[in-house]
Design a binder for this molecule. Structure first.
Ligand SMILES: O=P(O)(O)OC[C@H]1O[C@H](O)[C@H](O)[C@@H](O)[C@@H]1O
Length: 533
């Protein structure tokens, strides 16, 4: 195994990169003054509506070529093909990793469905069930125990069984509904009683559908909330078999949900080869499909598929996931930046950073390699972030003048079509801010320019001398900007797949297994032991 996954630090190109990083680095201000840089350091993926501008990364052509060599020598392409083929790449759990199959083109075969016909068929069958059920709920033909149409859906789940569908519903439901009519979809993840209570207290049990989403159907937090929700039904006089119309299970362990009384016709399944944090594309996406309708849900899957096609075929240096991943490796391993900020400017992407946080940190927060040897280099960075404009008024001060160097990934949307009279002005302000922040973080403001600015404000030369260092900006903060043509089901699907493949590529470089999460086990085991005591 060690020859298949060589430690990256043993590759000569790693040493070359270390030497390049140790040499004096030009300021980003000077790099951006190079003619043609901004045009050259852009890449897009056909059919996804996504373009990345990485001209504000603190690297030059020599570093870039070495990073591409590193990707080649670490076997990124070989490992990618193994994933799409369905090889057992999650070695510690002996599982394939095939969330990509969940968004395969319907009816595809051969190289368009390298995971094989059996999996393609299973996926298709379950997807059709999910879509049909979602549309029935939306049409009001799914009824509660007394024959009243379902008006509210409560998804109970946590981690991968919550973050993805909740994030995507926030991003897309406003686009796919008028905000006044239609079924409302709610999410509860935290077992603190107030989380469930504050959702249920506004709802009518007779018209509420409870979805319990759990891959394992054993997660204590989810089971606590599920039991409490069922008690709420019971207290409203809905008991025994009468609860069935109000209950849905989404799980990879249908025997467990069946034993707990969830009806088979309301049970939607997925498979052990779908990791929880990669499961939004599976039946786990049912609450999203209810929120946006099956047509939009299928467009969302197609967006993910378009990014898969790009990841499988684009040359490494034009490959968007590889570009994000390798600039991240440069920042993490060679410029030694421990964190990565994800700053989304469209407000509908309010939950995108927490979603990516789980995807990235649970996947690449590892210190042991696939071959059982310790990683002798840093692995996944700390991912943090949220909405960009709100961040500007909160923590961006630290980015501009603090002692940390924090690389940023900005996400912006080029075209918004919001039915509000002054929408164009809103949109202009949002994107103006994104562009200004990326530029200000990169170029900063040196003392000479600051002195001039202070005197232009009316300060005397003596006063300006006193304040000049506090009012200067070091700059040289690297960033990339991911531009979406528009925020649609299709482009969101592509954006999520972009991040999935970024995480995959970095894991491939570091030689770690991105698809297990043994680190979360110890706390759970201790909670069980303490419960017994
Ligand atoms: O879907 P479930 O089996 O309930 O798991 C929910 C979550 O809990 C676990 O602790 C894992 O850390 C997550 O990866 C998972 O998504």
């Amino acid at each position: 195994m060690s020859t298949l996954f060589p430690s990256p630090t043993t590759l000569p190109v790693w040493q070359q990169l270390a030497t390049l990083a140790a040499a004096p680095q030009p300021h980003l201000r000077d790099r951006l003054a190079e003619p043609g840089r901004e045009q050259q350091m852009q890449a897009s993926a056909a059919g996804t509506g996504i373009r990345i501008d990485f001209s504000r990364q603190a690297l030059d052509g020599t570093v870039w070529d070495a990073l591409m060599d590193l990707a080649r020598q670490a076997g990124v392409e070989r490992q990618r093909d193994a994933m799409f083929r369905g090889d057992v790449i999650n070695t510690s759990e002996q599982r394939a990793v095939l969330h990509v199959a969940l968004r395969g083109t319907p009816g595809a075969s051969g190289s368009d469905a390298p995971w094989g016909a059996d999996i393609q068929q299973q996926v298709q069958t379950e997807l059709d069930r999910v879509c049909a059920f979602a549309d029935r709920v939306r049409a009001g033909t799914v009824k509660g125990s007394t024959g009243l149409a379902i008006t509210d859906v409560v998804n109970i789940g946590i981690g991968g069984s919550d973050l993805g569908p909740r994030m995507a519903a926030d991003a897309l439901a406003p686009l796919c509904s008028d905000g006044k009519s239609g079924v409302r979809v709610h999410f509860v993840s935290n077992p603190d009683a107030w989380a469930l209570h504050s959702t249920l207290r506004g709802l009518d049990p007779l018209t509420t559908l409870i979805i319990v989403a759990s891959k394992t159907f054993t997660t204590q937090e989810t089971m606590t909330n599920a039991a409490s929700a069922r008690r709420w039904l019971l207290d409203a006089g809905i008991e025994g078999a009468a609860q069935s119309p109000h209950l849905v299970a989404i799980t990879a362990a249908p025997q467990k949900s069946g034993a707990a009384g969830y009806p088979a016709e309301h049970t939607f399944t997925f498979w052990d080869w779908v990791g929880g944090r990669y499961s939004l594309w599976s039946a786990l996406g049912l609450p999203l499909a209810i929120a946006i309708g099956s047509k939009a849900f299928r467009e969302f899957l197609a967006g993910g598929q378009a990014m898969d096609a790009h990841f499988r075929s684009a040359p490494l240096d034009k490959n968007l996931p590889v570009i994000l991943a390798m600039s991240g490796v440069w920042n993490r391993n060679f410029l030694l930046c421990p964190t990565q900020l994800l700053s989304t400017y469209p407000s509908r992407l309010v939950r995108f950073a927490p979603f990516v946080q789980q995807m990235d940190m649970e996947s690449n927060g590892k210190r042991i390699r696939k071959d059982g040897q310790p990683c002798n280099t840093d692995t996944g960075p700390i991912i943090w972030g949220g909405l960009g404009i709100d961040g500007q008024h909160a923590y961006f001060q630290l980015l501009h003048q603090g002692t940390h160097r924090v690389p940023v990934e900005f996400v912006g949307v080029l075209n918004e079509d919001t039915p509000l009279p002054l929408a164009a002005e809103h949109h202009r302000v949002v994107n103006l801010n994104l562009r200004a922040q990326a530029q200000a973080l990169a170029v900063g403001r040196d003392e000479a320019s600051t002195l001039q600015a202070l005197m232009a404000e009316g300060m005397s030369a003596e006063q300006a001398e006193v304040f000049v260092s506090q009012r200067s900006f070091k700059g040289d903060v690297p960033s990339s900007t991911i531009w979406l043509d528009a925020l649609t089901p299709h482009s969101l699907g592509a954006l999520i797949a972009l991040y999935e493949h970024k995480v995959f590529t970095q894991a491939a470089i570091w030689g770690i297994n991105a698809y297990d999460q043994w680190g979360v086990e110890l706390g759970k085991t201790m909670a069980k032991q303490m419960e017994k005591q």
